[in-house]
Design a protein around this ligand. Structure first.
Ligand SMILES: Cc1ncc(COP(=O)(O)O)c(C=O)c1O
Length: 268
């Protein structure tokens, strides 16, 4: 929920003037980044307006800059971490462990023990601009044996997670297929008399551009189709967006300290 005083995002021209003023005032010749807090807030609002039923867990690995994480903390974000360092960074900002999930696709034992000791509330055991399907996750024929194995070891499975990677921004129908498959897994768990699953994690893969509203509609339609409100009132839907929040608010400011013309090329 956005509770802070609104900060307006800078226009491109304002940003350039601001960067020039820093370079002049500080005699700065080293490169530096400008973080636009107004833009972070706008993105947060865009997410909550388009996907109010999906709680975003910002994927820290996408950009672990502490000032940026602080902005996200103040906006009420929850965090998806995949290493000790990421958990420590978030805890150092005073974030309560119940606002963290540990979701590295492939975890070592010490990570799980550490997470248990500091208390992230959930572990995710599945699976960038990188296709995950071939490396992580489960095939449909593996689901029932996996569920049976968790029953045998008394593990409490609370839900299903998927990540359709960069394809999510373009092939929106992938959300329909993934959410349909989730529904099947929920039903298979019920047939095995397991406690009712209640968490659906739709992963990352969202881009902050104009395509976002189409992706968000695809998610909403699929949720409505496979998990209509009446039969799944206790369903919690979460996501692990990284790029969506981190790709736009940073601008690199740098002075040109040398240039040359090389045949038809100009090099700076
Ligand atoms: C498991 C997992 N979830 C979410 C993300 C964030 O992905 P994106 O930046 O495409 O939203 C990543 C990024 O690598 C990831 O590994």
């Amino acid at each position: 929920m956005v509770t802070r005083k609104r900060v307006a995002a800078l226009s491109k021209e304002e940003l350039i003037v601001f960067i020039q003023s820093i370079i002049v005032a500080k005699q700065q010749d080293e490169a530096f980044y400008v973080l636009d807090s107004g833009l972070v807030m706008d993105l947060f609002c865009t997410w909550t307006c388009n996907l109010p039923m999906v709680q975003p867990f910002y994927a820290i690995k996408c950009n672990p800059n502490l000032s940026f994480i602080r902005e996200m903390v103040e906006l009420g974000s929850i965090f998806y971490c995949s290493s000790f360092a990421e958990i420590e960074a978030v805890l150092s900002l005073g974030v309560s462990p119940d606002r963290i999930i540990l979701a590295n696709p492939c975890k070592v034992e010490s990570q799980i023990k550490y997470a248990y000791s500091v208390g992230p509330s959930r572990l995710e055991t599945s699976g960038a601009k990188f296709p995950f399907g071939a490396k992580f996750g489960a095939l449909s024929e593996e689901v029932v044996p996996l569920l049976q194995a968790t029953q045998a070891t008394n593990l409490n499975i609370v839900g299903v997670s998927f990540h359709i990677s960069c394809s999510g921004a373009i092939h929106f129908h992938a959300f329909d297929g993934a959410i349909a498959t989730t529904k099947i897994v929920f039903e298979q768990a019920a047939q095995l008399c397991m406690p009712k699953m209640h968490i659906l994690n739709i992963g990352g893969g969202f881009s902050a551009g104009p395509q976002f509203t189409k992706g968000a509609s695809a998610v909403k339609n699929a949720l409505q189709k496979y998990f209509p409100n009446d039969s799944n009132s206790n369903l919690t839907v979460i996501a692990e967006p990284g790029r969506f929040f981190a790709e736009l608010p940073f601008t690199l400011g740098t002075s040109i300290i040398g240039k040359r013309v090389w045949h038809q090329y100009k090099e700076y």
